[in-house]
Ligand binder design. Structure first.
Ligand SMILES: Cc1cc2nc3c(=O)[nH]c(=O)nc-3n(C[C@H](O)[C@H](O)[C@H](O)COP(=O)(O)OP(=O)(O)OC[C@H]3O[C@@H](n4cnc5c(N)ncnc54)[C@H](O)[C@@H]3O)c2cc1C
Length: 644
C-alpha cells in the first residue's frame, strides 16, 4: 500500500453560515479587525509576486501592514502571470446574454466536475465584477467595443461571453496594474522587496508558521526572515511534466517544503492539460508554447477522416474532415471545456488521425471565420497570436490551419486552504495557483487570473488580519530561535549534498525523464497499472538522481544548475504523490480520467458516493496519509457533466 488513511481527522473548511449569496458578507461583517495605528507592528512575508502575490502585498501594505516580498525573478513584472494571454472572467453581463453571478458560479462548479466547495466558487463569481472595475481604474487597457463598453469573448465550458481581455496580453497588463500598486508601497517604505531570492524552507515553531529561509540567487547567501504570518503565492507546478506551457523557472518547491513542515497538499494529481498548444517538434525541446484558448471562439478543430493522411490540410475536402468536437459535443462544439477537448484530441491522435511531421497534432482552422467575418476582423481579434504562430512555425494561419496539441498547463491541486485561504498550519496562507481552492478537478479558461486577483486583492486582506488579531499584541518577530537555526542548517546541508554528488548526468536529464513518466502514466489518462508502474519508476529515478547528478560550479554566486537541482529533487517527491493521489481516486472527474472508470461512450464517470471529497495529503515518515474533506452540496445538485 502506498498510503494510509486517517479517518479520525476532518478538515475544518470554516465556511461561514448563511445562504450561499450571504456567506462572504457574513464573514466580512463579523471578522476581527486591527486598528490602523497598530497594523505596522505586524510583519507579513509574501513569497511570490505574480498576480496573486503582488496584489496581496499591495493590498496588505495599503492597509498599513509591514510587508516583505520575495521572488526568484529580477523583477515582479517577470512572474509567470505575465504569460497569460487569453483573458480574465468576470460577471458583468455587458453582452446581455443571460449571465449572472449564479450562472458563473454554476459554470465554474460544473466545469470542475463538482469537486470544489460551493462557498469558495460562489465568492469567486461574486467578487469578479469588482476586479474589472479596479483593474480599469489602475489603467489596464481592456479591449473595448465601438460604444466604449469593455469587450467580451467566450472561453470553454460556458455559453455566455464573460471573458475580458487586453489583446493577447491580459496577464501582462493585469500584472502591471498589480506591480504598480505594489511599487507604490515599496516607495512608501511599507514593502521591502527581495528579488532574486528563493525561499528554501518554511520555519515553524510549535506547529505555527514563523518565517522562511531564503537563498540570494546572485550571491548564494542564506538568510532568515521572521514574521507574524507567511503567504505563499508561488504559482503552479505544471512544469513538473518538463514539457509544459509554463516558464522554465516555475516550480513547486515552496509549497513542497511547506508540505514537509506539515502543510497538507490537496489533489496534486489534478493537472490541466491544455488543448491548444504547439505540438512537440523534437526530443531536445524544453518548453511548449500555448496558443490562447480564445482562438476556439472562431477556429474549428478537425482531423482528417483517413488515418495517416499525407495530403496538405488545404487539399483535404470538407467530406474528408472530422470536426470531432462539433460531432461529439454539438451544444458546446469547439468551446467544450479543456479536459474534454484535450482528451478528444488525444483519442483522435492515438487512433491514427494526428497531423504534422510527428503526427501528434490536430488542426485549428480559421477558413470559415475568415470567409464570414473577413480577415481584418480576425486579425483584430487574434493578430498577435497569428504572428506568434508564424514566427515559431513559419506557417501563415490566415492561409492554412494551425496545428495544435495538448500540453500540461495548470495545477488545480496545491496546498490545502480553508475558506479564509489559511493552510492547516496557523499563520501560513496560500493564494493563487499555489493553493487548490476554487477550480475543482478542471479549471475553466480565464478563471485563474481571476482567482489570483480575487485571492490577493479581496480575500486575503480580509481574512489574514483576523488571524493576526487573534494573536493579540504584536511582539517583534525573532529569527534567532532553534527552529530557525535548524531550518537554515537543513537548507545548507541539502545544497551541499546536491552539489557534492558529482555524478555524470544533468538536472535536465532527470527532469525530462520524470516528465515522460508523468505524461505517459499520470497525464491525460491514468490506470491503476500505469500509476503503480509510474510510482516504481519515479523511485528508481530518484535513487539515480541522488547518486548520479552532476552540478557544475560552486555553491556561492549564481548557480542555475543548483537552483534547478533543488526544484527537481522536490518534483521527484511531488511526482510520486501525484501518482498516489491519482491511484487513490477510483473515479474519473474533470482532468482526472481513470481508464477503468468511463461511460460506454468514453466519457468520465464520476463516483459521488465514494469520492465527493478533497484529498488532503499529510506528510509522514513512511507513507503519505490521506485525510478527506467531504464536499457538501447544499445549493446545487451534482449532475452528470454533459456538454453534448
Ligand atoms: C502560457 C499560459 C497562459 C495562461 N493564460 C491564462 C489566461 O489567459 N487566463 C487565465 O485566467 N489564466 C491563464 N493562465 C494561468 C495563469 O496565468 C496563472 O495561473 C496565474 O497567473 C498564476 O498566478 P500566481 O500569482 O498564482 O503565480 P505566478 O504568476 O506564477 O507567480 C509565482 C511567483 O512566485 C515566485 N516564486 C515561486 N517559487 C518561489 C520560491 N521558492 N521563492 C521565491 N519566490 C518564488 C515567482 O518568482 C513568482 O513571483 C495561463 C498560464 C500559462 C502557463
Amino acid at each position: 500500500m502506498y498510503y494510509t488513511t486517517d479517518t479520525a481527522t476532518t478538515p475544518n473548511a470554516k465556511i461561514p453560515e448563511g445562504d450561499l449569496k450571504d456567506k462572504w458578507s457574513n464573514f466580512k461583517d463579523k471578522t476581527r479587525l486591527i486598528s490602523p495605528n497598530n497594523r505596522h507592528q505586524y510583519k507579513i512575508l509574501v513569497v511570490g509576486t505574480g498576480l496573486s502575490g503582488a496584489s496581496a502585498a499591495a493590498s496588505l501594505a495599503e492597509l498599513g501592514y509591514n510587508v516583505s516580498t520575495f521572488c526568484f525573478q529580477d523583477s515582479p513584472r517577470r512572474a509567470h502571470s505575465v504569460a497569460a494571454q487569453g483573458g480574465v472572467n468576470a460577471m458583468k453581463n455587458y453582452k446581455n446574454d443571460g449571465d449572472s453571478v449564479y450562472r458563473m458560479f454554476y459554470d465554474t462548479l460544473k466545469g470542475g466536475d463538482f469537486r470544489a466547495r460551493e462557498a469558495n466558487v460562489y465568492r469567486l463569481a461574486e467578487c469578479s465584477s469588482h476586479l474589472i472595475d479596479q483593474a480599469v481604474a489602475q489603467g489596464v487597457p481592456f479591449a473595448r467595443e465601438y460604444s466604449g463598453y469593455l469587450a467580451n469573448r467566450s472561453f470553454g465550458g460556458v455559453q455566455v461571453s464573460r471573458t475580458f481581455y487586453a489583446r493577447g496580453q491580459t496577464g501582462q497588463q493585469l500584472l502591471l496594474g498589480a506591480y504598480q500598486a505594489m511599487m507604490r508601497q515599496v516607495h512608501l517604505g511599507r514593502i521591502k522587496s527581495f528579488t532574486r531570492h528563493e525561499m528554501l524552507d518554511l520555519v515553524t515553531e510549535n506547529g505555527v508558521a514563523k518565517g522562511i529561509i531564503v537563498r540570494n540567487m546572485d550571491t548564494g547567501e542564506i538568510s532568515r526572515h521572521a514574521a507574524h504570518a507567511v503567504v505563499l503565492a508561488t504559482g503552479g507546478f505544471g512544469k513538473i511534466y518538463y514539457l509544459s506551457t509554463l516558464a522554465m523557472g516555475c516550480n513547486g518547491s515552496a509549497i513542497w517544503r511547506a508540505h514537509k513542515k506539515g502543510a497538507w497538499t490537496s489533489c496534486p494529481s489534478w493537472t490541466q492539460i491544455h488543448p491548444t498548444c504547439l505540438p512537440q517538434a523534437g526530443n531536445y525541446q524544453s518548453k511548449l508554447t500555448l496558443m490562447s484558448e480564445s482562438l476556439r471562439n472562431d477556429g474549428r478543430i478537425w482531423v482528417p477522416q483517413t488515418k495517416n493522411e499525407n495530403r496538405k490540410a488545404i487539399e483535404i475536402p470538407e467530406e474528408d474532415r472530422d470536426y470531432y468536437l462539433e460531432r461529439k459535443y454539438p451544444s458546446y462544439g469547439n468551446l467544450a471545456p479543456r479536459d474534454i477537448a484535450s482528451r478528444a484530441a488525444k483519442e483522435r491522435i492515438d487512433a491514427g488521425h494526428g497531423v504534422g511531421p510527428l503526427k501528434n497534432a490536430v488542426y485549428l482552422d480559421f477558413k470559415d471565420a475568415i470567409a464570414t467575418q473577413g480577415k481584418d476582423i480576425i486579425s483584430k481579434k487574434y493578430g498577435n497570436l497569428f504572428n506568434m504562430y508564424e514566427k515559431i512555425t513559419g506557417i501563415n494561419a490566415y492561409q492554412q490551419p494551425m496545428m495544435i496539441s495538448p500540453a500540461a498547463h495548470f495545477s488545480m491541486g496545491g496546498l490545502w486552504v480553508d475558506y479564509e485561504l489559511s493552510t492547516n498550519i496557523p499563520g501560513l496562507y496560500a493564494i493563487g495557483e499555489a493553493n487548490f481552492s476554487d477550480h475543482g478537478a478542471n479549471r475553466l479558461g480565464a478563471n485563474s487570473l481571476l482567482q489570483a486577483c480575487i485571492d490577493g486583492y479581496y480575500v486575503l486582506p480580509q481574512t489574514l488580519p483576523q488571524y493576526l488579531a487573534q494573536q493579540g499584541k504584536a511582539t517583534p518577530p525573532e529569527s534567532s530561535s532553534e527552529a530557525f537555526m535548524k531550518a537554515e542548517n537543513q537548507v545548507r546541508s541539502q545544497l551541499e549534498e546536491l552539489s557534492g554528488i558529482n555524478g555524470s548526468k544533468t538536472v535536465d536529464h532527470f527532469h525530462r525523464e520524470l516528465g515522460k513518466i508523468l505524461y505517459d502514466k499520470c497525464g491525460l489518462s491514468r490506470s491503476a497499472k500505469g500509476l503503480t508502474e509510474a510510482i516504481e519508476s519515479i523511485r528508481v529515478l530518484r535513487k539515480s538522481f541522488l547518486q548520479d547528478l552532476k552540478i557544475p560550479q560552486v555553491l556561492q554566486g549564481i548557480n542555475e544548475e543548483l537552483e534547478k537541482a533543488g526544484r527537481v529533487a522536490d518534483y521527484l517527491e511531488i511526482g510520486e504523490l501525484m501518482c498516489i493521489d491519482a491511484l487513490s481516486r477510483e473515479e474519473s472527474c474533470g482532468a482526472h480520467f481513470r481508464e477503468e472508470h468511463q461511460t460506454p461512450d468514453g466519457e468520465a464517470k464520476r463516483n459521488d458516493s465514494d469520492f465527493s471529497y478533497i484529498s488532503c495529503w499529510k506528510k509522514n515518515a513512511d507513507t503519505p496519509v490521506l485525510i478527506k474533506e467531504p464536499l457538501q452540496f447544499e445549493f446545487t445538485k451534482p449532475t452528470e457533466r454533459s456538454y453534448k
